[in-house]
Design a protein around this ligand. Structure first.
Ligand code: NIG
Ligand code: FE
Length: 413
């Protein structure tokens, strides 16, 4: 329950405010020492210098909690996940350590289709239960908003089952859960009838998804063996007619000019971008498409799979960072770890990494009420168990968090 009594968090050692736009600076955020945060009705009333916030008319009546010098950052936004899935693919993970690749495993009948079979065999109840465990793990790591994709169904009924599970998660969790309907691959049984599959996706799967309140986005995997740019254009246009925002998986395994396609289609975000060239990066920047990098894939797949965060930023892109949590290419639930990797492996500064998992994630989801702690925004925040916010990235795998605030309520860990 959200309390209407104002609440004042005092003695914040550092309050981190990401800027609304990332701009061309490597420090797209403001850090205020000795700060306070005033909240009411689940929203931010005032945030910043303690003396200033203390003079706010609502501060006098507020109940107070001292954070004893700890740092506060906005609630983390994971803008790209496939968190609802059945089964696991640990065997494929082992095969890759012996020299197989993501693509050779898929060509031999593994990969995405093994998750489709597992989804088929799993009850809705079991699917929700295992997904809820992952979601609560993410919450323990500071995530307060998460996007979850379908795409392991590959048929109207199974896609609906996955979307049902996402809806149940959304209604059971204090986190904000938003859904995406994903055109992932054409199932083997319909390889010779691609046209028919795409027609069915556009006329049955998309409308079913679009009528669900939590489903706001459509995503297409544009890649050899998945969908072509022309097919992605057709699916995206239909999604737009149904009032869904467009996102694309592009240039993950090959440079297929996917970034240029995302720019041409005016997508909300273009995600992956491991193989995007300089021209593609410039097209994204010019079109104002958020470039979402997913360093969990670099960690999990091995080889040279790191997205080029620095060139994207230098081209003028706003760069979001997300986990891509999925059983095949990124069995990673840890968004702070992805922030660390975006800095150590992809060339972002720690400030840009934090921007990417807060305001950048919110922008990649078209959300303007979160990702910073400005007055009127949702009171979602993370209390770092340190006076230095950079500790969020400094001990990957053992991130020191004191608690997370969701719509104004602090849950202590
Ligand atoms: O984002 N690229 C496509 N989809 C997922 C992987 C899905 C899977 O292997 O199960 C991704 O990497
Ligand atoms: Fe993905």
């Amino acid at each position: 329950m959200t309390s209407s009594v104002p609440h004042l968090f005092t003695e914040i050692g550092q309050l981190v405010q990401p800027h609304l736009s990332e701009g061309d600076t490597r420090t797209p955020l403001t850090v205020t020492p000795n700060a306070s945060l005033l909240l009411a009705d689940g929203r931010v009333v005032a945030a910043g210098d303690a003396d200033l916030v203390g003079t706010h008319p609502q501060a006098a009546a507020a109940t107070t909690t001292s954070l004893q010098g700890r740092a506060v950052v906005p609630g983390l936004v994971d803008s790209h996940t496939h968190l609802v899935f059945a089964g696991e693919r640990v065997n494929e993970f082992a095969m890759r350590t012996r020299g197989e690749t993501y693509e050779s495993i898929a060509a031999a009948g593994g990969g995405i289709v093994s998750s489709v079979a597992a989804l088929q065999d799993c009850s809705l109840e079991a699917l929700v239960a295992q997904s809820e465990r992952r979601l609560s793990h993410m919450q323990q790591l500071g995530v307060t908003t998460v996007e979850i994709k379908s795409g392991y169904g590959l048929s109207p009924d199974l896609e609906a089952k996955q979307l049902d599970a996402i809806e149940i998660l959304a209604s059971n969790s204090p986190l904000t859960v938003l859904g995406t309907v994903l055109a992932h691959v054409v199932p083997k049984t319909m390889r010779s009838r691609r046209e028919e599959y795409i027609e069915q996706f556009c006329e049955v799967v998309l409308p079913d998804a679009a009528r669900r309140e939590i489903v706001r986005y459509c995503d297409v995997f544009v890649e050899n063996g998945a969908f072509t740019p022309d097919e992605a254009t057709r699916i995206s246009n239909k999604a737009r007619e149904l009032k869904l925002e467009v996102k694309l998986h592009v240039d993950q395994l090959h440079d297929g000019s996917g970034a240029a396609l995302a720019a041409e289609l005016g997508a909300l975000s273009a995600d992956h971008l491991e193989k995007t060239n300089a021209e593609g990066a410039k097209a994204l920047a010019d079109a104002g498409v958020v470039a979402t990098i997913l360093p969990g894939c670099g960690l999990f797949l091995g080889g040279d799979n790191w997205p080029a965060g620095r060139p994207l930023r230098d081209a003028g892109c706003s760069v979001a960072v997300a986990t891509d949590c999925n059983p095949g290419s990124s069995m990673v639930l840890d968004l702070p770890l992805c922030g660390t990797l975006s800095a150590t492996q992809c060339g972002l500064s720690l400030e840009e990494a934090l921007w990417g998992i807060t305001r950048g994630g919110a922008m990649a989801l078209g959300l303007n009420d979160r990702g910073t702690l400005n007055p009127g925004e949702r009171a979602d925040f993370v209390v770092v168990d340190s006076s230095d916010w950079r500790k969020l990235f400094y001990t990957p795998g053992a991130t020191p968090l004191f608690g997370v605030g969701i719509a104004g309520n602090l849950i202590r860990f």
